[in-house]
Design a protein around this ligand. Structure first.
Ligand code: IMO
Ligand code: MG
Length: 423
C-alpha cells in the first residue's frame, strides 16, 4: 500500500481540512506529519463547522486511525482543549488518535519567545501565529527539545527545568514585557501534558510502515502551504517546518518510494496571512470582495487574510518541489459573477520577464496577467461537471495547460456535497 499526501500549494488556508475529511472515507489511516497548532483546518457539517489545529482531519470518520507524526509540534493545552471539543460532539477521540513519541512539545516559554522574537523584529516581523512554533522547532534542530516520549521518562522534570532556564536567559536579553502569567500557564501545561500522555503513544515510524505492509493506505495531511516551507518558501517569511512532500517522509518515517499520489490543494485565487511577498495581492475593492465572499479571516488567529488573483509561477513552483500528481481546486465559487478573472501567468522582476519565483523576497515583482472570461452562475449549486458553465471549464483547462497536471477535484463550497470528482 502507498502513502498518499495532501498538500497546500499556496500560503496555507487552501482548504486542506475539507479535502482530507472528504478523502478520509477511502483511507483507513490519516496522519499529520508537520506543523503544529498554527494550522487551522476547517470542516463543515451542515450548519456547523469545526476547526482542527493538531488532530488530523480524519477524526470525524468512523473507524479511522489518526496519527500525529513525529514531525509535528504539539501544545498539550491546545491539544486537550481540541480533544474535549471533539468529544463533546460524541466522537471517541481517544480511540481514534495516536501520537508519535518523537513529536516535539511546545512549552509555555516557547510562546513567550515567539512573541519576544516578533516584537524585536518590529516592522519586519514574520506575522507568526504566536503559538510557539518557531521556537519549538529551533529547540528541535538545536537539540534542546522535549519530546512526547520524554513524558514517559523519569528525568522529565529536570529536562523541562533545563529548557525553561535556557528560555528565561534568552528572554532576559529582550526589552520586552508581555501580559502572560507563566506560573499559571505552566500549572495548566503540566495537567494537560498528563492528559496527552494518557493517549496511545507510538513509535510512529514502525506503526506507519506496518500499516502500509498490512494493506492499509495512509493519507498524509499537510499543514500550511508550500510557499511557507522553511526551505522553499519566501524565507524568512515562512513557518519552521517542511510543508512540501518530502516532509511527509521525515515526519512519518516513510520512505520516498512508498509515496503514491500527491494531491495539491489550491484556491482558485490566493490568500496569505502574515507578512512576506505576495505578487498578485489586490489592495482594492476586488480584494475586499474576495475577502468577504471567501470568508478570508484566519481560522487560528482571526486575522483578515490578504487576497489576490491566482499566481501560476508560485503554483508551478510548488507542483515541481512536491511532484504533485493531481490538483484539487478550492473555492472557485468565490469568483462567481466577475466579468473577467485574472491569472498571473508570469512575472516581471526588475523589468525582466520570468516565470520563476525570485530568491529575493524584497525584489519588485510585477505580475503579468492573463485575463479570462468570467462566469455568471452559482457554482456552489452545480453537482456534476455537465452543469458547469463553459467559461469556468475554460478557467480550469487554462490552469491545467499551464501547470501540466490535471485538476481531479473541484470544491465549490464548504459542504461535502459541493465537491465534484472529474474524469
Ligand atoms: P493552515 O494549516 C496560513 C503563517 C503565519 C505566518 C507564518 C509563520 O491552516 O494552512 P508560524 O506561527 O508558523 O511561525 O507563522 O506562517 N502560517 C499560516 N498561514 N495557514 C496556516 O496553516 C499557517 N500556519 C502558519 O501567518 O505568516
Ligand atoms: Mg488555516
Amino acid at each position: 500500500m502507498k502513502l498518499d499526501v495532501v498538500l497546500g500549494l499556496q500560503w496555507g488556508d487552501e482548504g486542506k481540512g475539507k479535502i482530507v475529511d472528504f478523502l478520509a472515507e477511502r483511507y483507513p489511516v490519516v496522519a499529520r506529519f508537520q506543523g503544529g497548532p498554527n494550522a487551522g483546518h476547517s470542516i463543515h457539517f451542515g450548519d456547523t463547522s469545526f476547526v482542527l489545529h493538531s488532530v488530523p482531519s480524519g477524526v470525524f470518520r468512523e473507524g479511522a486511525v489518526n496519527i500525529i507524526g513525529g514531525g509535528v509540534v504539539l501544545d498539550p493545552t491546545i491539544f486537550r482543549e481540541e480533544c474535549e471539543a471533539i468529544e463533546a460532539l460524541g466522537i471517541p477521540v481517544r480511540e481514534r488518535v495516536r501520537i508519535a513519541r518523537r513529536a516535539h512539545l511546545i512549552v509555555p516559554t516557547h510562546k513567550l519567545l515567539d512573541a519576544a522574537d516578533e516584537a524585536s523584529l518590529g516592522k519586519s516581523k514574520i506575522g507568526s501565529t504566536l503559538k510557539g512554533i518557531g521556537p519549538a522547532y529551533s529547540d528541535k534542530t538545536g537539540r534542546n527539545g522535549l519530546r512526547v516520549g520524554d513524558l514517559e521518562e523519569d528525568g522529565f522534570e529536570s529536562k523541562y527545568e533545563t529548557l525553561k532556564r535556557k528560555h528565561m536567559a534568552r528572554l532576559a536579553q529582550y526589552d520586552f514585557t508581555f501580559p502572560f502569567d507563566l506560573e499559571e500557564a505552566e500549572a495548566q501545561w503540566r495537567k494537560d501534558a498528563e492528559y496527552l500522555k494518557s493517549f496511545e503513544l507510538i513509535d510512529a515510524e514502525y506503526e506507519t510502515n506496518a500499516l502500509l505492509d498490512g494493506g492499509k493506505a495512509i493519507l498524509a495531511e499537510g499543514a500550511q502551504g508550500s510557499m511557507l516551507d522553511v526551505d522553499f518558501g519566501s524565507y524568512p517569511f515562512v513557518t519552521s517546518s517542511s510543508t512540501a512532500c518530502a516532509g511527509a517522509c521525515t515526519g512519518l518515517g516513510v520512505a520516498p518510494a512508498r509515496i503514491g499520489k500527491v494531491y495539491g490543494v489550491f484556491k482558485a485565487y490566493c490568500t496569505r496571512v502574515g507578512s512576506g511577498p505576495f505578487p498578485t495581492e489586490l489592495g482594492d475593492a476586488t480584494g475586499e470582495l474576495l475577502r468577504q465572499r471567501g470568508h478570508e479571516f484566519g481560522a487560528t488567529t482571526g486575522r483578515p487574510r490578504r487576497t489576490g488573483w491566482l499566481d501560476l509561477p508560485a503554483l508551478k513552483y510548488a507542483v515541481m518541489i512536491s511532484g504533485v500528481t493531481e490538483l484539487i481546486m478550492m473555492k472557485a465559487d468565490v469568483l462567481d459573477g466577475f466579468d473577467t478573472v485574472k491569472v498571473a501567468s508570469g512575472y516581471r522582476v526588475d523589468g525582466v520577464r520570468t516565470d520563476r519565483v525570485p530568491y529575493d523576497v524584497y525584489a519588485e515583482v510585477e505580475p503579468v496577467y492573463t485575463t479570462l472570461k468570467g462566469w455568471d452562475c452559482d457554482l456552489g449549486a452545480c453537482r456534476s461537471e455537465a452543469e458547469l458553465p463553459a467559461a469556468f471549464k475554460e478557467y480550469v483547462a487554462f490552469i491545467e495547460r499551464e501547470v501540466g497536471v490535471p485538476v481531479r477535484i473541484l470544491s465549490l463550497g464548504p459542504d461535502r456535497e459541493q465537491t465534484i470528482i472529474r474524469g
